[in-house]
Design a protein around this ligand. Structure first.
Ligand code: CP
Ligand code: NVA
Length: 339
């Protein structure tokens, strides 16, 4: 009676485009329930493990609050708190956690780790970010887009900056799945892998949307309804910051790039965190050198009316709540709506 029941959410393509669209609408519904103080304890009596190899503010908080709102009990298991990673294998950890918890969130490095957790735990596993994908972020981002524009199909989203990271992968493929015209503006060395582009093209063809990959930032943003960027150096990446900044500087979202969309209605998005710590550390050196106050996005645009970055962040909670409730909540979701 519920086609999500018992399933994991490891990457966007685990679901059909219609299922993704359903989760976005379900998130919106759960957001309304909370706003009206209507209880929705779909996970009453359940226990949820929150496993983190990498740090987090939004994802950790969203899973914690969503679990509490759903009547479940979340338990944070940081990499320094448990045996995982140093003394115990992924497989053994998965079996133990699966024998006690009803669902597991994982954030970390390898996609294979979250896949193994799902295979060996026997309970639903949700990807809270890996090096390859950030699927719960995408649900929140597209909920934000839909709230703003009223629909998703036919919108144009341009992502500029590091085109080879988890956010670029997830936006490109999931955007194409949902019929959003996707553009990635990144230097050749930081453009998405060819298999990711091929996957996006395949979905775009089915949805009737377009995929553009270009090294020209102005071309990338032309006619964009939303401009999106992410940190220039992702968690766990070992790169020369100075070289990366130099490489990506032409892709910084500033007033000129925003104007280059040719639309006054364009909104600006960022999954956060923004590179604020670099502003104080490296930025003290490099910021002066390059004559700017921020890296991937300038402060005036980050703070502007067109920026929806904090709406996106707050939407992480209902989005994650929707995924947990749909996969673990014994809900009645008629399959007829997917036909
Ligand atoms: N956007 C996001 O995933 O933020 P955190 O790293 O704070 O969880
Ligand atoms: N690409 C970033 C996203 C953070 C939410 C990272 O992986 O660090």
């Amino acid at each position: 009676n519920n086609q999500f029941e018992g399933r994991s959410f490891l990457k966007e393509i685990d679901y059909t485009p219609t299922e993704l669209a359903y989760l976005i609408d379900f998130a919106s519904h759960l957001k309304t329930l909370k706003a009206h103080h209507i209880p929705h304890p779909y996970l009453q009596g359940k226990n949820i493990a929150l496993l983190f190899e990498k740090t987090s503010t939004r994802t950790r908080s969203a899973f914690t609050v969503a679990a509490n709102d759903l009547g479940a009990k979340p338990e944070f298991l940081g990499k320094d708190d448990i045996q995982f990673g140093t003394k115990e294998s992924v497989v053994d950890t998965a079996k133990v956690l699966g024998s006690m918890y009803d669902g597991i969130e994982f954030r970390g490095f390898k996609q294979s780790t979250v896949e193994d957790l799902a295979t060996y735990s026997g309970v639903p596993v949700w990807n809270g970010l890996t090096d390859d994908w950030h699927p719960t972020q995408i649900l929140a981002d597209f909920l934000t887009l839909k709230e703003h524009f009223g629909h998703l199909k036919g919108l144009t989203l341009a992502y500029v900056g590091d085109g080879r990271n988890n956010m670029a992968n997830s936006l490109l493929v999931a955007g194409a799945m949902l019929g959003i015209n996707m553009a990635i503006g990144a230097p050749a060395a930081l453009q998405p892998a060819s298999e990711i582009v091929a996957l996006a093209q395949q979905y775009a063809q089915a949805a009737g949307s377009t995929v553009v990959i270009t090294a020209d930032p102005q071309q990338a943003v032309t006619q964009a309804d939303a401009l999106y960027t992410d940190v220039w150096v992702s968690m766990g990446e070992q790169v020369d910051y100075g070289a990366r900044i130099k490489q990506l500087l032409p892709f910084q979202i500033d007033a000129a790039l925003l104007a280059a969309t040719g639309k006054s209605s364009t909104i600006v998005m960022h999954c956060l965190p923004a590179l604020h710590d670099l502003k104080t550390q490296l930025g003290a050196k490099l910021g002066k050198q390059y004559g700017m106050t921020a890296f991937e996005i300038t402060d005036d645009i980050f703070q502007s009316k067109q920026s929806v970055v904090f709406e996106e962040a707050s939407n992480r909670m209902p989005a994650i709540k929707a995924v947990m409730a749909a996969t673990l909540g014994n809900l009645f979701i008629p399959t007829s709506i997917f036909n």
